[in-house]
Design a protein around this ligand. Structure first.
Ligand SMILES: Nc1nc2c(ncn2[C@@H]2O[C@H](COP(=O)(O)OP(=O)(O)O)[C@@H](O)[C@H]2O)c(=O)[nH]1
Ligand SMILES: [Mg+2]
Length: 363
C-alpha cells in the first residue's frame, strides 16, 4: 500500500492547521489512518501542540523548511509510517514558503514513486487576502511577501478559498469565478475549515486525482529571500505559575496587548499564535489575516501551572520583535504570575536554499 501525501500550502494564517485538523477528523470517521507533519524554522510549534490533540501521530520538521531539508521531510514520513502504516499523511509547509512543486512534489514523484503517491498541491488562501491580490492591493504587506503569496497561488494544482463562513454565497461564487479567471490551470475549491463545509469535496478531489505538481512557478529567489527576511520570526515556550490566574483571560490580554503594540507601529502581522496548556485543557489564540482578526478557542481554565507556546511572524526586525514580546509577557503576567522562558528563538530567516529544485515536471 502506498501512502498518499497531501501538501497543504498557503500563506500565514490562511487556515492550514485548521484544515489539517478537520481533514483528520473527517478521514478518521471513514476508518482511514492519517498522520500529520508540521514545519517551522524553529522548534516550539503551536501547530504541533494543537494537532497532537487530534489524537493522531504528528511529526515536526523544525529548524528548516521542507524544501531546504528534503531528507528531513522524507524522514518524517518514514518515522510516522514506522510507528503505524498510514493511508494518508497531510503536511503543512511554512506559510512563507513557495516553489513547492519544484522542490517537494517533483522530487517526491521522482524518488519515492514506489512508496508514496503524491496528491495535487493544495494552496489555501484567506478570502480577503485573495481579493486584495486579485485587485492589486497589498494592504501593508511588503511587496516581496506579496510576491510569495502570488507564487503560491501560481504553482497550485488546487486553490482553496477558505473561511467561506465569513462570506455570503454570492461573494463565494464571485470569488471562485475571479480565481478561475486569474489562475485558469488550477482547480478551485471553496470551503470553511472551521465548520467543515466543503471539506469533503476537496478531500475527494485530492484523494482521487493522481495529477500532482502539474506545473512550476517561475520563482525569483532574490525576491523570495527578501519576502522571507522581512517577516521576523519568534518562537518561545514559557512556563507560567500562579495561585490565582485564569489562563484564558491571560491569553486574551496578552494577545490584545501584542495586537495593539504591532498595530501602533504599523508592523504587519503575519501571525501571532499562542497555546496555553494546563492539566485541565488548553486555550489556543491567533491573530491573523489582513484585518488582524483575534480568535480564541477552547479553555485552559485555572490551575497553578501552565505551559505557553507562542509563535509570531511580524514584519519587523527580530530584535524589536523580541523586545516587544518579552515586555508584553512580563506586563500580562504582572505580580500574580511568574514566567520562566524554557525555550526562545528569534530570527530573520536566511535565503531559501532547496535540497532539490527540478526544472521539469516528473511524469
Ligand atoms: N472564520 C474562519 N476562521 C478560520 C477558518 N480557518 C481558520 N480560521 C482561523 O484563522 C486563523 C489561522 O488559522 P490556522 O489554521 O492557524 O492558519 P495557518 O497559519 O494557515 O495554519 C485561526 O484563528 C483560525 O481559527 C475558517 O474556515 N473560518
Ligand atoms: Mg499552521
Amino acid at each position: 500500500m502506498k501512502t498518499k501525501i497531501i501538501l497543504v500550502g498557503g500563506f500565514l494564517g490562511a487556515g492550514k492547521t485548521t484544515l489539517l485538523w478537520e481533514a483528520t477528523r473527517k478521514l478518521g470517521q471513514t476508518g482511514k489512518q492519517v498522520g500529520l507533519i508540521t514545519n517551522d524554522q524553529a522548534s516550539e510549534l503551536v501547530d504541533t501542540v494543537f494537532l497532537e490533540h487530534a489524537g493522531t501521530t504528528v511529526s515536526e520538521v523544525s529548524g528548516s523548511c521542507f524544501c531546504c531539508n528534503f531528507p528531513g521531510f522524507t524522514d518524517a514520513i518514514a518515522h510516522i509510517n514506522e510507528k503505524k502504516p498510514m493511508d494518508i499523511i497531510i503536511a503543512e509547509p511554512v506559510g512563507s514558503c513557495t516553489d513547492l512543486s519544484a522542490t517537494i512534489l517533483q522530487p517526491l514523484k521522482d524518488k519515492f514513486a514506489e512508496k508514496l503517491s503524491v496528491a495535487p498541491l493544495s494552496v489555501l488562501v484567506d478570502p480577503q487576502q485573495l481579493e486584495d491580490i486579485i485587485n492589486g492591493r497589498i494592504s501593508g504587506l511588503h511587496m516581496s511577501a506579496v510576491y510569495i503569496l502570488r507564487k503560491q497561488l501560481e504553482e497550485a494544482d488546487v486553490i482553496i478559498i477558505n473561511k467561506t463562513d465569513l462570506l455570503s454565497p454570492e461573494a463565494v461564487t464571485m470569488l471562485r469565478k475571479r480565481t478561475s479567471k486569474e489562475w485558469p490551470w488550477a482547480k478551485v475549491h471553496a470551503l470553511s475549515a472551521k465548520n467543515g463545509e466543503g471539506c469533503e469535496s476537496w478531500l475527494n478531489e485530492v484523494l482521487q486525482c493522481s495529477e500532482a505538481g502539474t506545473h512550476l512557478a517561475d520563482v525569483d529567489y532574490d525576491i523570495y529571500a527578501e519576502g522571507e527576511a522581512v517577516l521576523g520570526w519568534l518562537n518561545t515556550t514559557v512556563m507560567l505559575k500562579s495561585e490565582l490566574a485564569n489562563w484564558d483571560t491571560f491569553a486574551q490580554s496578552l494577545l490584545n496587548a501584542l495586537k495593539e503594540r504591532f498595530e501602533k507601529l504599523n508592523a504587519v502581522i503575519g501571525h501571532v499564535k499562542l497555546l496555553i496548556k494546563t492539566g485541565n485543557g488548553f486555550v489556543i489564540g491567533n491573530i491573523t489575516g489582513p484585518q488582524n482578526i483575534l480568535n480564541i478557542r477552547e479553555t485552559a481554565g485555572t490551575g497553578k501551572e501552565a505551559k505557553m507556546t507562542l509563535n509570531a511572524r511580524i514584519q519587523m526586525e527580530p530584535d524589536a520583535l523580541k523586545a516587544i514580546v518579552l515586555e508584553e509577557i512580563s506586563k500580562a503576567a504582572g505580580n500574580n504570575i511568574t514566567s520562566d522562558l524554557v525555550a526562545f528563538k528569534c530570527l530573520k530567516p536566511g535565503r531559501p536554499n532547496p535540497t532539490y529544485r527540478y526544472n521539469h515536471i516528473v511524469g
